[in-house]
Design a protein around this ligand. Structure first.
Ligand SMILES: Cc1cc2nc3c(=O)[nH]c(=O)nc-3n(C[C@H](O)[C@H](O)[C@H](O)COP(=O)(O)O)c2cc1C
Length: 373
């Protein structure tokens, strides 16, 4: 199994499992957090894939989100990087997520960067990773997805193979897309990982247009195409990309990937890689706000970065995200995190007299600019 950064308390199903942690879960979490982070991730992934991990599910019509015919039972999705090869694709619904994004997958299988490449900072609820798109390749993912159903909307996140020159990136993305688009409810062009040399330089309109044209130039029906952005872009570059998305057949944006700014975690300052988790929230929300104020309301906006609880999820939605995703918050919060977060969201919605997630999104500058939502 390919690996990425994740540790996770393993629990067996108990019908009445509270979204908080039992002492059993706490013990397991303690043990997993003492292990090497990548080994712990692989162990947790094996347990999830084999169906050993279950958690409480929160089902409530007020949590439903619909976007262009896609039905999400709740707005909290699994972020890219947890399930790089789509090995646990049938499990994410049972882990409480409203949708799941698998990958990043590349046209060519690749081992990623040398280990160690994953670092946890529990006192900051932060992670630094420089995994480098370790994955088995797009063809292997397609073989694996054959005949498997996620039961929730499935996103597939595509990256550039490390050995492919930047000029050849459009064709490289198009190869992966050709193998995988038939399995995806949406596809993501990831140009924002800090761990593939030069990748972020594709975050300009000209390069993005070349990649998107190569993808949309392939024959056949196209699932919605999203672009995942970094939180470290200069404002003028960010605005140019949003303007371009508004006028091009790109369905929306995912904000954000990890940041290179590790100043909030002094222990991590000499570690190469991208920072995620609680210290990313403010920066990521800043980008989300900037994008939200400029992105057409009919485009899909997914907020990710630093969600640790209901408050974090609420903030993304209130800034104009239609949906949100989590990685680090789930690592630190454990399998009960989605349920606990969604129950917290429902509480706040009741408190504020709101009956749907889209009513939260509708409070944003994005929606008030135009009342299409
Ligand atoms: C160990 C690790 C691996 C990741 N791998 C990917 C990846 O392959 N592709 C991607 O688009 N994002 C990847 N991410 C970024 C997450 O999807 C997410 O954008 C980021 O971690 C911020 O969310 P969080 O604060 O909830 O973790 C990874 C994050 C972590 C921690």
């Amino acid at each position: 199994m390919a690996a990425s950064g994740f540790t996770f308390p393993i629990v067996r199903q108990t019908g009445t499992l509270s979204p908080g942690m039992s002492s059993y879960q706490r013990l397991l979490k303690h043990l997993l957090f003492r292990m090497d982070p990548e080994r712990a991730h692989n162990l947790a992934m094996r347990a999830i894939t084999s169906g050993l991990v279950r958690t409480r599910l929160v089902s409530d019509p007020r949590l439903r989100v619909t976007w262009q015919g896609l039905e999400f039972s709740n707005p909290l999705g699994l972020a890219a990087g947890v399930d790089k090869n789509g090995e646990a694709v049938e499990r994410w619904r049972g882990m409480g997520f409203g949708f799941a994004e698998i990958g990043t997958v590349t046209a060519l299988a690749q081992p990623g960067n040398p280990r160690p490449r994953l670092f946890r900072y529990p006192q900051h609820e932060a992670i630094v990773n420089r995994m480098g798109f370790n994955n088995d390749g797009a063809e292997a993912m397609a073989r694996h997805l054959q005949g498997r159903r996620a039961g929730i909307p499935l996103g597939i996140n595509l990256g550039k193979s490390k050995v492919t020159e930047l000029e050849a990136a459009p064709a490289d993305y198009a190869i992966s897309y050709g193998h995988l688009r038939g399995f995806a409810d949406y596809v993501v062009v990831n140009v924002s990982s800090p761990n593939t040399p030069g990748l972020r330089s594709l975050q300009n309109v000209e390069s993005l247009q070349a990649v998107v044209e190569a993808i949309l130039g392939t024959p056949g029906p196209h699932p919605p195409l999203l672009i995942k952005l970094s939180p470290d872009m200069a404002s003028e570059d960010l605005y140019a990309v949003v303007e371009w998305v508004n006028s091009f057949p790109v369905a929306g944006l995912i904000c954000t990937n990890t940041t290179l700014d590790k100043s909030a975690v002094p222990e991590a300052k000499d570690e190469q890689g991208g920072l995620s988790g609680r210290p990313l929230l403010a920066r990521s929300n800043g980008v989300l706000r900037d994008v939200s104020e400029r992105l057409q309301p009919e485009k899909l906006l997914i907020g990710v970065g630093g969600i640790m609880d209901a408050q974090g999820l609420w903030a993304k939605l209130e800034l104009g995200a239609n949906l949100a995703q989590v990685y680090s918050g789930w690592v630190f919060g454990g399998p009960g995190m989605p349920a606990k977060t969604l129950l917290g969201l429902l509480d706040r919605m009741s408190h504020e007299g709101l009956n749907s997630v889209s009513e939260i999104t509708s409070r944003s500058a994005r929606a008030t600019r135009s009342r299409i939502l």
